[in-house]
Design a binder for this molecule. Sequence first.
Ligand SMILES: *Cc1c(COP(=O)(O)O)cnc(C)c1O
Length: 377
Amino acid sequence: MRIETRLTQVGTRKERQNGAINVPIYLSTAYEHIDGQSTGYDYTRTGNPTRHVLEETLAELEGGDGGFACSSGMAAIQTVLSLFSQGDHLIVSLDLYGGTYRLFEQVLSRLGLSFSYIDLRKIDEVEAAIQQNTKAIFVETPTNPLMQVTDIRTIAQLAIAHDLLTIVDNTFCTPYLQRPLELGADIVVHSATKYLGGHNDLLAGAIISKGVELTEQIGFLHNTIGATLAPFDAFLLLRGLKTLAIRMDQHQRNATKLVGFLQQHRCIESIFYPSLDQDGHAIHSSQADGDGGMLSFRLQDVEQVQPFLRRLQLITYAESLGGVESFITYPATQTHADIPVEIREAVGVCDRLLRMSVGIEHVDDLIADLEQALDNK
Ligand SMILES: *Cc1c(COP(=O)(O)O)cnc(C)c1O
């Protein structure tokens, strides 16, 4: 069946005793060994019936062999990075979610992992960065916040040739638009806090993996580290997934119209959206079913930034993305504040850059809000 149908039917026919349409929330942390036998559930960190339905769903949506629901996107990334040992090296997207950069540079590098930040669009540079101790390539595409597109198939082929794992943070696209495991990646991670949850009321992460051995290893780490998702939050995430398709369609329709509006506005210097990326768009279209709901733009003048943010009335000036409500983020002081200024500016995350998570409101209301906030000098 098609993905819209599979999403809508998430969790149905899972509870056969009473026929509940929605998956019940199993809060019990311990499970009786009835007649001396495990029911399949013993202790909730290891396995929980509500979380289990979610994990099966995530694996199915991404086309993986196993899914693991984590307490946050960062918990998912930390769990995956625990596959590696002291002395190992990873190649990472240069334009990267700030929290991931902080985890790599301020925590995992202390534990003996090292990271090279490379523009993954330049495959020669990626290849040149491979060392004897390189174990994986960590990809975000499109990147946050500059919407740069990496060719997942090319990276995965290079990784296979050098016996490396390909890990893709698929938060921006979700499996509705992009399924990296089908393109050759080994592991997908998500901040499910964003589009998968979709309502700005849930912190969650996900890992989906391909291959029996790798999936077993991640399962071991998921249980051992223990950053697992709580049953109530697993329920909320299942509930969010049911409307993922219509939400993504509307995010995308609105984003496309906003791009048109911003393109003709004199206060806007440049816009970043996959369809505007000359080199990247063909690649993006070949690996994703749409451009999504995230865009960034640069104002002409840094002096315009604060007044613009203050004047927004409908669109919320807030960190995070992927919810039904539109948000604008100022990466320089919010999501990317922990990245040193020189690095941030070199990648293009300058002080005039704003990132918008386009919500599902009526697009004319969004345009009107942007217009009054931009024009009101
Ligand atoms: C938000 C985000 C994360 C971190 O996820 P949390 O759920 O906030 O822990 C990781 N990657 C990307 C691309 C994100 O947007």
